[in-house]
Design a protein around this ligand. Structure first.
Ligand code: FEO
Length: 401
């Protein structure tokens, strides 16, 4: 793939990772990803961000379509995480840059990642700007969106916001722009990325958007470091509006039932609970952890009003996949959920109570005590689960109206 022009003299020179399925060791990426990098040709030629180490050759090849690598003057490192810095040593060696611009926290991270004592690092902060000639680079630190070092760069002459991880999506495509792909799929990828990476930093996402709006930046392009770029006024407005909804965790009348099961008893409980929830008009998502992984679940949890978690009791505790899910979910800090805990057992039966403690530890309100049953549910016990579903459904309906 050749470089792709975003607007005059501003080009995409990143890489598409069609085979990525394990994103950073904690998130699944069923549709691959991209590592976006950008080049601006001007009196000073600037190269923004980098790619995963194994894609360094591809990136340099794309750069070479536009300029000789040694003619690159500046490198701008908006984020030091390895998917955007892995190829940096190769790029530094190939380009021998006059300067490498990085945020204060980025400098700290860079020194901890690389043997970079002789690199020409120059620290820039929010409010710093440099001129390339016809283009100005304005820097905006976006600390903890999602690492301390993250920074965005705005180019006011063209209205290009190089936004680092913000507005990213894990989606390998031959297209580079949002207006070239299916909108529903784009939104799914934007949501999945947000729910699994950015969610705990939602207050910072809101503050960053407010800062961009207060600065009255005329954003005409959003170029994130993953996925497709936004280049029409409608698409830029869509990205910002969707991020506001994601950051606000705007809830729907929706419940996610996530569970593991051994001999289908906890699964039968989940189905009875779902029936009770649906009686109050809730959309339900039944997610057996042998079918859905924790990234799939978070894609559904962020806008759900209720989260019900079930597990059989195994060796006096919950099943391993449920423990994994709860650990992952807690770290992502979903807010203002109504919770529920359930599960079958054979002799000791600790799992539902342990799940309830995790859910209350996440700030969830549990309108019904944890429900457990011995071995195989009776008709009467399933009716009790149905009733629990009704009670939680009624609580959601009362909350959301
Ligand atoms: Fe896409 Fe935080 O790296």
């Amino acid at each position: 793939m050749r470089p792709v022009e975003i607007c005059k003299d501003v080009h995409w020179v990143g890489a598409v990772d069609w085979e990525c399925r394990n994103f950073h060791g904690y998130m699944t990426a069923p549709t691959g990803t991209t590592y976006n990098a950008f080049l601006i040709k001007d009196e000073k030629t600037a190269l923004f961000d980098s790619v995963k180490a194994s894609f360094g050759g591809q990136m340099l090849c794309r750069v070479a379509h536009l300029v000789k690598p040694e003619d690159v003057d500046y490198l701008i490192v908006n984020h030091v995480e390895m998917d955007h810095s892995g190829a940096l040593p190769e790029l530094v060696a190939a380009t021998k840059p006059e300067k490498i611009f990085v945020s204060p926290m980025g400098e700290r991270a860079m020194k901890a990642h690389f043997d970079c004592a002789d690199w020409p690092i120059e620290v820039v902060k929010t409010g710093s700007s440099i001129s390339l000639g016809r283009h100005t680079l304005q820097f905006l630190e976006t600390r903890m969106l999602h690492w301390p070092d993250n920074m965005a760069t705005f180019i006011p002459e063209d209205g290009v916001l190089i936004s680092s991880d913000a507005f990213g999506q894990n989606w390998a495509t031959s297209e580079r722009f949002v207006d070239e792909v299916d909108r529903a799929m784009l939104q799914k990828q934007l949501d999945r990325y947000y729910a699994n990476i950015v969610l705990p930093f939602s207050p910072i996402a809101i503050k960053t958007i407010e800062t961009i709006e207060a600065m009255k930046l005329d954003v005409r392009y959003i170029a994130p470091d993953h996925g497709l770029m936004f280049r029409t006024p409608e698409d830029v407005a869509f990205a910002i509006a969707r991020y506001k909804e994601l950051a606000a965790q705007k809830q729907k009348k929706k419940a996610v039932l996530v569970y593991d099961t051994m001999w289908h008893s906890t699964e039968a409980m989940a189905h009875a609970l779902a029936d009770g929830l649906m009686e109050h008009g809730l959309t339900v998502k039944l997610m057996n952890l042998h079918v859905f992984d924790h990234s799939d679940v978070m894609e559904e949890v962020w806008d759900a009003a209720a989260v019900l978690v079930g597990s059989p009791t195994h060796n006096n505790g919950m099943m391993p996949k449920v423990a994994d899910m709860l650990t992952y979910m807690k770290g992502l800090k979903p807010k203002d959920k109504i919770g529920g805990a359930f599960g079958s057992y054979g002799w000791s039966g600790e799992a539902p109570k342990a799940i309830a403690e995790w859910l209350t530890g996440m700030g969830m309100e549990l309108p019904v005590d944890p429900v457990r049953l011995l071995y195989v549910p009776t008709h009467e016990q399933l009716k009790a689960c149905l009733e629990m579903g009704r009670t939680i459904g009624a609580a959601v309906a009362a909350k959301l109206g």
